[in-house]
Design a protein around this ligand. Structure first.
Ligand code: UAG
Ligand code: ATP
Ligand code: API
Ligand code: MG
Length: 486
């Protein structure tokens, strides 16, 4: 695409004299190739403007910046390069989200699970889907690794374009609060926005719960503002979460509600939870249905209801939806059972927030006959205020809490454990810094009738200590521990 054609979408800018062909748009000088347009982003760690010269040397044909930089190629000055990047990426890839049925899911917990449920329902209904989230980017049958739950706008639009080229018709994505705050999803034309819940996390970044809620609600306030019969916009909201009330006021989209404690368009009653699955009566615009799902816990019902609502307003028949949700076994690292022949359940779960830890432990209390071991830590370089709360929850609901390291990142693992311990009165817990040793300790002491929960890392296959990324998979380590105890 010619530079002038591309730049037409930016308001109030002066077109440069040169009009080179732009072959790519990049925000990382290490990815610049001949013909790239380089966008300088002022990040939280470094200022991308300092890489402009290197980008030129690698073959960039123009630079988009917030202030002048010392290069001899054209420099286009804009007020906000992050916003410009989203607009340029959307244009460069020919507005791919307009060609997709796009569903965005936000909320503190349940995004990955709900997105996988929707993906499965859609695939069972013979749709070709794309999935973007914490675990990976999946399109048609390809799986790509990701760094962020929601990629930057450039990567995101490029991914959507690839999806369009692969004949994907429906894209389902997790939208993190960081992404909403940083404008990574500007330009995405969502059809459906789903809200799971809002509880404490990421206060290191958002500072207050109100700021965190405001970031989440951007997905809904930016959701269309039209009533187009051919492309209706829906906000799927959890009526049991108080944050939904404000979100509802901030969107012009049709409101579709789901819940358990309050009546809603889609709600569940007569809930029975066991170690094998969950049964409930679904009330929906199609009447009542009794569902037997293989996912466990009240929190799982919320995810299932959100997925059912999103699929239903996407015109998938109810019978088909029910068949799919009943056949889904689970999502990797979410309440995943480790089968090593031991006579007590071992559960690996991605609970790394106070609310998710409490939900999972409450669910385990439904079926644990004797002791509950929980092996749990808190990530470094993340919200420190959740540490004492998670420790207190572990001690409240489990008989045998073992505090250990999650991903300490740049922080001192021992200090993270001290931050956790500050939340506990008395000492009914152990601290074992080494996660492997902690898992081995819990499994060695568990007996028939007990349950072992290994929380916080779920599907992760690494542990980040300092700058080192080491191979580490809770499921594999648990199996090794079971084997050793033979
Ligand atoms: C706090 C945060 O959100 N940081 C994100 C942010 O990084 P940053 O602002 O520090 O960027 P930076 O490193 O200062 O770089 C600034 C600019 O210089 C460029 N650069 C940088 C270095 C260089 O050598 N050359 C170069 O050109 C960069 O490409 C960038 O354009 O922009 C980067 C590029 O888009 C993101 O990858 C990065 O996510 C980091 C890895 C991160 O840990 N983010 C977490 C907190 C996050 O976003 N999490 C949510 C999920 C949370 C949840 O669901 O629970 C997510 O969506 O992943
Ligand atoms: N609806 C829910 N409400 C509360 N807790 C939940 C819910 N769904 C899942 N959880 C808990 O949260 C954990 C993470 O779930 P999931 O990965 O689906 O959430 P997420 O929002 O994608 O998280 P992340 O922001 O880390 O990507 C699960 O392992 C489970 O313990
Ligand atoms: N998306 C979350 C994942 C946390 C997972 C946990 N294992 C940790 O490392 O803190 C975050 O980046 O805060
Ligand atoms: Mg996720």
């Amino acid at each position: 695409m010619k530079l002038h054609t591309l730049l037409k979408v930016l308001p109030l800018i002066k077109q440069p004299n040169e009009n080179p062909e732009v072959t790519d748009i990049v925000q990382d000088n290490r990815k610049v190739t001949k013909g790239s347009l380089f966008i300088c982003i002022k990040g939280l760690t470094v200022d991308g403007h300092t890489f402009a010269k290197e980008a030129e040397e690698k073959g960039a044909v123009a630079i988009v910046a917030e202030y002048p930089v010392n290069v001899s190629i054209p420099v286009i000055i804009v007020k906000n390069t992050k916003r410009a990047m989203a607009i340029l990426a959307d244009t460069f890839y020919d507005q791919p989200t307009k060609k997709l049925h796009l569903i965005g899911i936000t909320g503190t917990n349940g995004k990955t699970t709900t997105s996988h449920l929707i993906d499965q329902i859609f695939r069972d209904a013979n749709k070709t889907t794309g999935l973007i989230g914490t675990m990976y980017i999946k399109m048609a049958e390809q799986i790509l690794e990701t760094k962020n739950t929601t990629p930057d706008s450039m990567t995101l639009q490029k991914t959507f374009k690839q999806m369009v080229d692969l004949n994907v018709d429906s894209a389902i994505m997790e939208v993190s609060s960081h992404a909403l705050d940083q404008g990574r999803v500007y330009g995405c034309d969502y059809d459906i926005a789903v809200f799971t819940n809002l509880t404490q996390d990421h206060l290191d970044y958002h500072h207050t719960m109100e700021e965190y809620r405001r970031a989440k609600s951007l997905l809904f306030s930016q959701l269309g503002n039209t009533y187009d019969l051919n492309r209706p916009k829906y906000a799927v909201l959890n009526t049991d979460d108080p944050a939904s009330e404000k979100i509802q006021k901030e969107t012009a989209a049709h409101i579709i509600s789901y819940g358990i404690d309050h009546e809603a368009d889609f709600y569940a009653k007569n809930i029975e939870i066991s170690a094998k699955g969950t049964t409930f009566t679904l009330h929906s615009p199609e009447g009542e249905h009794v569902l037997h799902i293989q996912l466990i816990g009240k929190f799982s019902i919320y995810n299932v209801l959100a997925a059912i609502a999103a699929a239903y307003v996407s015109n998938i028949p109810m019978e088909q939806i029910i068949h799919s949700v009943e056949s889904i076994k689970g999502v990797a690292g979410r309440f995943e059972l480790v089968h090593g022949g031991q006579d007590f359940p071992i559960i690996v779960d991605y609970s790394h927030t106070p609310d998710s830890l409490e939900n999972v432990l409450k669910t385990i209390q439904h079926f644990a006959k004797k002791r509950i071991f929980v092996i749990v830590g808190c990530g470094g370089d993340r919200d420190k205020t959740k540490r004492p709360i998670m420790a207190q929850i572990a001690c409240q609901y489990a008989s045998d809490p073992i505090f250990t390291s999650d991903n300490p990142r740049s922080e001192d693992p021992v200090q993270i454990l001290k931050d956790m311990e500050a939340g506990v009165v008395g000492k009914n817990y152990q601290t074992i810094v080494d996660r492997r040793e902690a898992i081995f300790y819990g499994i060695k002491h568990a007996k028939s009738g007990d349950v072992v929960l290994i929380a916080g890392k779920g599907h992760e296959t690494y542990q980040q200590i300092g700058d080192q990324i080491l191979d580490f998979d809770d499921r594999v380590v648990a199996l090794e521990a079971v084997k050793e105890n033979g």
